[in-house]
Design a protein around this ligand. Sequence first.
Ligand code: SF4
Length: 208
Amino acid sequence: MLLDNNGNIQLNNLIKYPDNDYQALREKAIKCTRCHLHETCQQVVMGKGTINNRIMFVGEGPGAEEDRKGIPFVGRAGILLDKILNAVEITRDDIYITNIVKCRPPGNRAPTIKEAKACSPILQAEIKLINPKVIIPLGSTALKYLIDQNMSITKMRGKWIKRGNIFILPTFHPAYLLRNSNMKKVVWRDFKLIKKSLLRIEELKQQG
Ligand code: SF4
C-alpha cells in the first residue's frame, strides 16, 4: 500500500517531515498530534537504530512498555526479538526499527487504516532517510500497510518480495511468537536470511 511496484512511496502528503536528518525528523515527530491516538498514549515512540545499514524492521505499533519508555520493541515481544536477533548475531545497532503507527493504540489493538494513513508521513520520511535495501515487515499489519492490503502474513512469511530496488521479507511479529512458540522454527529460517542480506549489504558497502 505504501510502496508501489517500483519501490516508490505512493502517498502524496501535505505534511512533510524532514527526511535527511534523523534528529530533525525525531524532534518533529515526537510533537505530533495528527490523530486521536495521541490523546490516549503517553508519548510518541519514534523509530530507532542505525540508519546507515539500510535495513529496516517495521512493526505494528508501540505496546504498553514502549509507550512508557518511548523506545520501540522493549516489551516482552521486543525482548524475544532481541533474542532471535542475537542468535543470528545481529544487534539493534545493526538495524533500524520502527512501527506503522508511533502512538500506542488503546488496549494494543491493531491500528486502523485511518490511523496508519495519518502516521504515514513519518514512516515515509523514515524510509526516505534510510533508503532501505531490505525491509522486514513484522506481522500482518505491517505487511498489509506497507505492501498490499490483501496479502496474508501466513502465506507470504519467508518469501522475498521485490519492489523496485527494495527487497522485502515478511516474517511473524514476535508478539505472535509469544503466543505460538511452534512458529519459532520457521522464523529462525527467516532471520538466517536476514543475516545473509545484512552481510551482503556490508559487503556492498565495503566495495563502495
Ligand atoms: Fe501522530 Fe502517528 Fe501519533 Fe497519530 S499515531 S498522533 S499520526 S505520531
